[in-house]
Design a protein around this ligand. Sequence first.
Ligand SMILES: Nc1nc2c(ncn2[C@@H]2O[C@H](COP(=O)(O)OP(=O)(O)OP(=O)(O)O)[C@@H](O)[C@H]2O)c(=O)[nH]1
Ligand SMILES: [Zn+2]
Length: 340
Amino acid sequence: MTDHPTASQPVPLASLGWSDFFEDQREPHEADFAPMRIASIHRSRLTALSEAGSVELTLGVRAIAGDFTVGDWILVAPQTQTLHRRLGRRTVMERRTEGSQTLQAAAANIDTLFIVTSCNADFNPARLERYLALANQGGTTPVLLLTKADTTDDLENYQSQASQLQRGLEVVTVNPRLSDAANRLAPWCGTGRTVALVGSSGVGKSTLVNTLAGPGQALAQQTGGIREHDAKGRHTTTFRSLHRIAAGGWVIDTPGMRTLHLGGAAEGIETLFAEIVELAPSCRYRDCTHAYEPGCAVSVAVAEGKIEPERLIRWRKLSEENRNNTPTSVGPRGRPRVHR
Ligand SMILES: Nc1nc2c(ncn2[C@@H]2O[C@H](COP(=O)(O)OP(=O)(O)OP(=O)(O)O)[C@@H](O)[C@H]2O)c(=O)[nH]1
Ligand SMILES: [Zn+2]
């Protein structure tokens, strides 16, 4: 198996991403259980990384595969090597499955979401905003990566459009084919840090994963991947797993995140459109939709050229979609929905 080239070597928990956030969740009687991090899941079989190296586990009969995802921390009984329980997530990337209101965890405990787009027709503000809302909602810091800068004469325009997508958003121009990409992304890839990549097909994600892994670490992208057909009938890699990267961190490739349906992401959308949300209290009506109402502070900002009209339209569309796909304000057990 070439899936996890370095995973069989012992690694300190901290370098796997373990922190006080997880340590604090351990009950006294769980002191003997070994913390492990899920590296891959295939149906009921999972691979986990522990201090002792890589371990193959089977989900018990009572465990539901959907409760676990790549990046999760679990406690494992030392003698029997059986899964005891999953620890609460620090961050989670959740997407809605098509035609349903249920949210599905695609990856957990990610520090940074690299949103990858190319400097060509792939650059689509509305889609990038969806990814941003998703990152914000899950507690993950988004960083926008611009690829294929070598194929455009208009790099500055892409860079400026990208940095306007969200206040304070870091935008990094990288060529995934050059080893320099790893240096540029090093601030987010150090020991114990976890990143994930999202973006359309062909923007350079696989190339970037291989570059981050470093020389001699050709990853499972081609070898271990399961090839499936996507909606457009193309072959895509759907293998999702945690890979060690040269800078000491971990990268999760999340192929399933290409088509993205939002739900339950109101706060993430508020962070994304902060400049609109902040003006709302100055509107005359408390429930102003910023569409036609008199005394609307947002409309004034648009008229003054401070907010692009398209941006306001995208805010409205995304907010509406999210509302339609958010079942109620109450979670499954009658508790308010909180993100763990
Ligand atoms: N010129 C140029 N080519 C690039 C750049 N980034 C990626 N490519 C090329 O674009 C092609 C697609 O890259 P991939 O890494 O396969 O893209 P992907 O996002 O993983 O695509 P899927 O596996 O379909 O999701 C490859 O031939 C890369 O070498 C770049 O910055 N400049
Ligand atoms: Zn208004």
